[in-house]
Ligand binder design. Structure first.
Ligand SMILES: Nc1nc2c(ncn2[C@@H]2O[C@H](COP(=O)(O)OP(=O)(O)OP(=O)(O)O)[C@@H](O)[C@H]2O)c(=O)[nH]1
Ligand SMILES: [Mg+2]
Length: 237
């Protein structure tokens, strides 16, 4: 009866290792920054190596602590990727809806994950930069997936239906997002949290004090001064 106060016994908490993969500049770090820090930088510098951040996601019956590996999309870092997706329970494979080649690259990552990552890995295909599309093109023309000319105010090159069809074929979660506006960002992570099978959840790792802080950050191979996430607010899930 007193459930609604939320003052019940703490919910079970589990850590989930999640990796972000995708072509350079599609917005991986921006999605993470939006999710962890509810922030966006217009000119974000490329990730070097990878960045590590955590964020909690509160589901009705449990708390998921995402351990997020944000990899660098530049080709020179591609060989490091297996280190980050090894043992990952979830992956966000990101492309940029305004750049046709980025979906091809995303498909390569999906294939690699299916071949080499943990068998039960939950994969979400994420088409980012939705804010650059003209709203009327969201469900646009399936006919042309080519690199057409940029229309006025509509930079979309990849119809949602094309990517969705591919995601359905491969049994991937699928979202279009905007790290800039925040559209669908929390939804992606919540959907992933919900899709992780109970059986593959590990106990909390270093998640002792769950009540107050919702986020932490540390980085590896840092160069950029501002990949940086100050302390702000918690999971938007
Ligand atoms: N308009 C718009 N720009 C975005 C969005 N997400 C990211 N950007 C911009 O795209 C550029 C690249 O974003 P990043 O988040 O650094 O991309 P990344 O995938 O992490 O790139 P690498 O670290 O090199 O792999 C930055 O200038 C961002 O501000 C978005 O949703 N909309
Ligand atoms: Mg990055």
């Amino acid at each position: 009866m007193a459930d609604s106060t939320g003052a019940q016994a703490p919910k079970p908490s589990s850590s989930v290792k999640l990796v972000l993969l995708g072509e350079a500049a599609v917005g991986k770090s921006s999605l993470v920054m939006r999710f962890v820090n509810n922030d966006f930088q217009e000119n974000k510098e490329p990730t070097i190596g990878a960045a590590f951040l955590t964020q909690k996601c509160n589901l009705p019956t449990r708390t998921i602590k995402f351990e997020i590996w944000d990899t660098a999309g530049q080709e020179r870092f591609a060989s490091l990727a297996p280190m980050y997706y090894r043992n990952a329970q979830a992956a966000l494979v990101v492309y940029d809806i305004t750049k046709a080649s980025s979906l091809t690259k995303a498909q390569h990552w999906v294939a690699e994950l299916q071949r080499q990552a943990s068998p039960g890995i939950v994969i979400a295909l994420v088409g980012n930069k939705f804010d650059l599309a003209n709203p009327s093109s969201s469900s646009a023309a399936e006919g042309e997936g080519e690199e057409g000319e940029e229309g006025e105010g509509d930079a979309r090159k990849i119809p949602a239906a094309t990517a969705k069809a591919y995601a359905d074929e491969e049994a991937l979660l699928f979202f279009e997002t905007s790290a800039k506006t925040g559209m669908n960002v929390a939804e992606v992570f919540t959907a992933i949290a919900n899709a992780i099978p109970e059986t593959s959840l590990k106990g909390p790792r270093g998640a002792a004090g769950q009540s107050g802080r919702q986020q932490e950050e540390s980085r590896v191979n840092l160069t950029g001064p501002r990949d940086n996430v100050g302390a702000k607010e918690g999971c938007a899930c």
